[in-house]
Design a protein around this ligand. Structure first.
Ligand code: NAG
Ligand code: NAG
Length: 640
């Protein structure tokens, strides 16, 4: 069957949006369109192509039914499980993004092993019978810190991210020289599963440089990329993000009739690919609980299917913003992302089937005639006995054992700090100290990015952040000796989107004033909380933890288990705000303002016997860590 010469008609999506789509009498996709899998393809001549308003793969009509999984948000040990579940649901293609900042955290230092071994992930997708659409950036968005761009780019004060500014393209070229050869081998024509590549990501909404997109396209092609290329933009930005002879694909939430007129005007009749069909949206700390209506979702997909749209489900499985990888959104205010990236996706954060997963599976199986594979067992969860964090070490106790602080007359932001082999500090905390000789009013003029706890010696004075820009230092506290003013600033994640990414700097990004005079002579400590930071050799300065102890401090507990560690959720009940580490791995942030109350702890990151848990608590500790087998993310699903 063919979609050629299909009449154009009008269709309503259940979201209430009028669309124009191609549909005819015979609209349900047939088996061969979705059943072509990497193992069936012997002759690899032409790959993915556009013929009229449909895709073909080596000449046969092909409908893309894709779902996004990020290898870096899922423990490597579970990659195969998640990919098998994608396949078993009825999808035929995996979409994944490559985060530059994780692969090149320092200029010229590349990492492609363990959880960053995307080549193995892609090869695994192929073994499981999935095609792959790859988004190599350089910018990928994906709710990551700086949209996946490395923060060391920001050391250049004139940096213009995502443009042909030389400082940017030079870095892109070095990065592409490393990653593109790895991708080239996995292309369709070479026997690999990659059938398409997305050029950049939603550039239409940024659009700072007309020549940039063609520059990136050329950078891909000259390095040997031969597969089908596409761009992805929301409906209003299609024209600005479009590249000649590259297929424009659409971000679903913005579908209007105009979107189709635009598509028609820029590329004529063409297949429609909903590249970012999203289940839910991101969650920020302190946002109110919301719900996911799976019923609506299902109706949307039915209708898209009926109209022979190809689609990509973002996220099929979201996973976790482990460590400090999560970024921030800028809506009417700055909104740092929660640690879970469950996203209301078809698989939960821990890889469990959701009711929607089963509904989709049923739908794909009945409308495509795919036999439903046997149900995969869920990964068993454990509820471990609560762990008492019996030991404690205040941040002030640790300071003498840290690297020499940096002395500076004025404050220096994280990115500019001369640490990390000249790459600046990317994430975590940073502490600024200076001696004050008078009491009075501290004002920040917005220079605290993002959240600073203020102390006089060890006495807590208050918090300065995006919404609080002044604080009083009481007279009685300065009356004798000249105390040290300490500002402990947390980087809560750089913006993932928007024009303002170029302005992102963290820590103290300018002067702080006391009675209108700028403070001077700082000592600056970089507290990046990386594994090396936690595992430095310290004399045994842990003390027994008591209820009177408060943050900022490290708390230590031991989780003991038998021979078969399992997945679990950590419940930080009674704790206030901080970061949690298991065996030196950063699981991410917790914060009692919610909505997230539990953190996913993957079983493969535990080992038989004793496991070390270190909590960095900024305020009031709970002294016990609880475990549960149910996640509490502060939202719920409509039962349809
Ligand atoms: C699919 O589209 C046809 C019109 O082409 C319509 O008659 C049918 O009801 C639609 N089915 C669904 C499930 O939306
Ligand atoms: C969680 O644990 C309880 C008690 O052991 C058990 O009854 C329940 O089935 C478990 N739920 C999940 C989702 O594992």
């Amino acid at each position: 069957m063919t979609f050629l010469l299909r009449p154009v008609g009008i269709l309503y999506l259940s979201s209430g949006l009028l669309v124009i789509a191609q549909f005819g009498g015979d609209v349900s996709p047939r088996m061969n369109q979705v059943f072509l899998t990497p193992s069936h393809m012997v002759n690899r001549n032409v790959g993915l192509k556009v013929e009229g308003s449909s895709f073909t793969l080596d000449g046969s009509p092909f409908l893309i039914i894709a779902g996004t999984i990020h290898y870096f948000r899922v423990p490597r040990e579970y990659w195969r499980d998640r990919l098998l579940k994608l396949k078993a649901c009825g999808f035929n293609t995996l979409t994944t993004h490559i985060p530059w900042n994780l692969h090149e955290p320092r200029k010229g230092w590349f990492y492609f092993t363990a959880n960053l071994d995307f080549m193995t992930f892609i090869a695994m997708a192929s073994e499981v019978g999935l095609w792959v659409i790859l988004c190599p950036g350089p910018y990928i968005g994906s709710d990551l810190d700086l949209g996946g761009l490395p923060s060391w780019l920001l050391r250049d004060p004139k940096m213009k991210l995502r443009t042909t500014y030389r400082g940017f393209t030079k870095a892109v070229n070095l990065y592409f020289d490393k990653i593109i050869p790895k991708i080239v081998q996995l292309q369709y024509g070479k026997g690999g599963p990659i059938i398409a590549l997305q050029v950049e990501n939603e550039y239409g909404s940024y659009h700072q440089d007309r020549r940039y997109m063609s520059y990136i396209k050329k950078a891909l092609i000259t390095r040997g990329i031969k597969v089908f290329l596409m761009t992805a933009d929301n409906g209003d930005e299609l024209k600005r993000g479009h590249l000649k002879r590259v297929l424009s694909t659409v971000h679903m939430k913005h579908i209007k009739k105009e979107t189709y007129d635009t598509l028609l005007s820029i590329q004529g009749r063409s297949p429609i690919l909903m590249m970012v069909y999203t289940a839910s949206s991101l969650d920020g700390w302190g946002t109110s609980p919301h719900s996911v209506d799976s019923h609506l979702l299902m109706r949307d997909v039915r209708e898209m299917f009926n109209a022979s749209f190809s689609l990509n489900f973002y996220m099929f499985h979201g996973g976790t913003n482990f460590g400090f990888m999560g970024g921030s959104a800028s809506l009417d205010h700055y909104l740092p992302m929660i640690t879970s990236y469950d996203y209301g996706a078809l698989l939960t954060e821990n890889g469990e089937h959701t009711p929607e997963y089963l509904a989709y599976q049923e739908f794909f199986s009945s409308s495509l005639g795919i036999p439903k594979p046997p149900h995969r067992d869920s990964i068993p969860m454990a509820i471990y006995k609560s762990v008492v964090t019996a030991y404690y070490m205040s941040l002030w106790d640790v300071m003498p054992y840290l690297e020499e602080p940096i002395s500076s007359v004025k404050p220096i932001c994280m990115e500019k700090l001369s640490v990390n082999q000249g790459n600046g500090q990317s994430s975590g905390y940073i502490l600024y100290e200076t001696v004050v000789t008078t009491s009075g009013l501290l004002t920040t003029k917005g220079h605290v990015q993002d959240r600073g706890q203020v102390f006089l010696d060890e006495e807590f004075l208050g918090v300065l952040d995006h919404s609080t820009s002044q604080l009083t230092i009481p007279r009685k506290m300065v009356y004798q000796n000249n105390p040290t003013l300490r500002i402990l600033v947390e980087n809560q994640g750089r913006l993932a989107y928007g024009q303002d990414i170029n302005k992102e700097r963290k820590g103290l990004i300018g002067d702080i004033y006391l009675n209108n005079f700028p403070l001077r002579k700082f000592k600056i400590y970089s507290l990046d909380m990386k594994t090396q930071f936690l595992q430095r050799d310290l004399p045994n300065i842990w003390k027994p933890a008591l209820f009177k102890h408060r943050g900022p401090a490290f708390f230590l507990g031991i989780l003991r288990m038998g021979n078969y560690p399992r997945d679990t959720f950590i419940k930080m009940e009674g704790w206030t705000k901080g970061v949690i580490f298991i065996n030196g791995r950063n699981l991410g942030r917790y914060w009692n303002i919610g909505p997230q109350e539990t953190l996913y702890l993957p079983g493969p990151w535990l080992h038989p016997g004793s496991n070390e848990i270190i909590v960095f608590e900024e305020f009031k500790p709970g002294l016990e860590i609880h475990f549960t087998n149910i996640s509490h993310l502060g939202w719920y699903r409509w039962k349809s």
